[in-house]
Design a protein around this ligand. Structure first.
Ligand code: NDP
Length: 451
């Protein structure tokens, strides 16, 4: 990149930092986009003088509210709730809710910003948003989680709707929480609509939605491998996380003939040299979803498994790495170890799990690297399919939804190739995803004028 372009990017980032100085995750997400999109904008006259990216980094609306609730002992607690309505140029705001003690405005703005690009890539008409709370569901009873969700929705219900903003799950928000949230929305608004996605099957949910993010990540990795005439067959795969995304990524890897050797949670990771097969995976799913246990228990149950406390799985030798836990969980040092161990493909199931240093290592080594906004878009895409089914008041079969998901993932892959293929044949999927996501939103913003 020439010095003039770098100065332009630096100038833009200075402005973003001045306004959002205390938001490191948000600045990190914007920087990654700026580095690829600003040079593209500079080559396209239609965007000249329109300040499109500057408009895109400012949320259309950022809501913050008090959530008071009572625990089982009768003690009163106060948490902070948020909804970031980032961009509605191509459709109603759409994006998950995260309940985790680390949640703050920076994390939700980074997630909402990424969501705008991701939703644009899906081919579906969805704007971008994200929300959540610093509430920690861990260790809470079902009744406490219900009271919190009800209190949260009492305020959130004023700001969302099936044509306005459609939240879904994310870390700490699964089918149990979506149920409680939906129940309260329905009661307050006296309407049964598709205002949330990730709903239960009997009350408007879509088949394949629980599986979609994990499956989609593996479909995307499969498309990348195919460009090299390769596949998942007999590959050793390291996966982080053991929640929704990790579970179904593991399931799809097994279906495609790969061997999953790790899973993790915030306590550490488990390594099973013989592979986590279907039976062992079923145990993990029950442990995490029903018993709400810790991944360390795997090593007690299976002699082939060993638990490594306080570490991430990236030190394990693997062909393919699927980070599916959380942001910045794979740093530059981890990336170097993966590369030394001959890892050929990294597809992000989580949002921004690779630090900028890790990403640059992968790009320098020219291995297959997919950013989350492309590879994990299957979740929100299937949420979009759930919205369509709700509006049409119909329900597609498992095969129909899976086919649509596969088609969408391959369209996203094609878009990344279109904008990311470089001379010499290497595809920069980060650049491809950022520019493809940007173009659709930017063109809609141009058409709608300065608002
Ligand atoms: P879950 O809550 O189901 O699972 C999260 C997993 O990540 C758990 O194993 C959790 O461990 C682990 N984890 C969370 N925080 C940390 C941390 N700080 N360090 C190490 N491990 C951690 O969430 P999901 O599976 O839904 O989400 C995982 C990622 O995928 C997130 O980045 C999310 O934004 C992204 N994503 C999710 C989508 C979805 O459809 N669910 C869609 C697209 C992206 P522990 O139990 O110890 O907290």
């Amino acid at each position: 990149m020439d010095a003039k372009m770098q100065a332009k990017i630096n100038g833009f980032m200075e402005e973003v930092k001045t306004r959002n100085g205390h938001e490191p995750e948000f600045i990190q997400a914007v920087q990654e986009v700026a580095e690829t999109v600003i040079p593209y904008i500079a080559r396209k006259n239609i965007y000249s003088g329109k300040n499109i990216l500057l408009r895109m980094v400012e949320p259309e609306r950022l809501l913050s509210f008090r959530v008071s609730w009572v625990d089982d002992k009768g003690d009163i607690h106060v948490n902070r709730g948020y909804r970031v309505q980032m961009n509605s140029a191509i459709g109603p705001y759409k994006g998950g809710l995260r309940f985790h003690p680390s949640v703050n405005a920076s994390i939700l703005k980074f997630l909402a910003f990424e969501q705008v690009f991701k939703n644009s890539l899906t081919t579906l008409p969805m704007g971008g948003g994200k929300g959540g709370s610093d509430f920690d569901p861990k260790g809470k009873s079902d009744d406490e989680v219900m009271r919190f969700c009800h209190a949260f929705m009492t305020e959130l219900s004023r700001h969302i709707g099936p044509n306005t903003d459609i939240p879904a799950g994310d870390i700490g928000v699964g089918s149990r929480e979506i149920g409680f949230l939906f129940g309260m929305y329905k009661k307050i608004r006296n309407e049964f609509t598709g205002v949330l996605t990730g709903k239960g099957r009997s009350w408007g949910g879509s088949l394949i939605r629980p599986e979609a993010t994990g499956y989609g990540t593996v479909y995307f990795a499969q498309s990348m491998l195919e460009t090299k005439g390769d596949s998942f067959e007999d590959k050793t795969v390291a996966i982080s996380g053991s929640g929704n995304v990790a579970q179904y990524a593991a399931e799809k890897v097994l279906q495609l003939g790969g061997k999953v050797v790790t899973l993790s949670d915030s306590g550490g990771y488990i390594y099973d040299s013989e592979g986590i097969d279907r039976k062992k995976l079923a145990y993990v799913i029950d442990l995490k979803n029903n018993k709400r246990g810790r991944i360390s228990e795997y090593a007690k149950k299976y002699k082939t498994g060993k638990f490594v406390s306080g570490k991430t799985p990236w030190e394990v030798k693997c062909d393919i790495a699927l980070p599916c836990a959380t942001q910045n969980e794979l740093d530059g040092k981890n990336a170097k170890v993966l590369l030394k161990n001959k890892c050929i493909c990294v597809a992000e199931g989580a949002n921004m799990p690779s630090t900028p240093a890790a990403m640059h290592e992968f790009q320098k080594a020219k291995i297959l690297f997919a950013p989350g906004k492309a590879s994990n878009a299957g979740g929100v895409a299937t949420s979009g399919l759930e919205m369509s089914q709700n509006s049409l008041r119909i329900s597609w079969t498992r095969e129909e939804v899976d086919e649509k998901l596969k088609w969408i993932m391959s369209e996203i892959h094609d878009s990344c190739i279109k904008y990311g293929k470089e001379k010499g044949g290497y595809t920069d999927y980060v650049k491809g995803a950022n520019i493809a996501g940007f173009v659709k939103v930017a063109d809609a913003m141009l058409a709608q004028g300065v608002i």
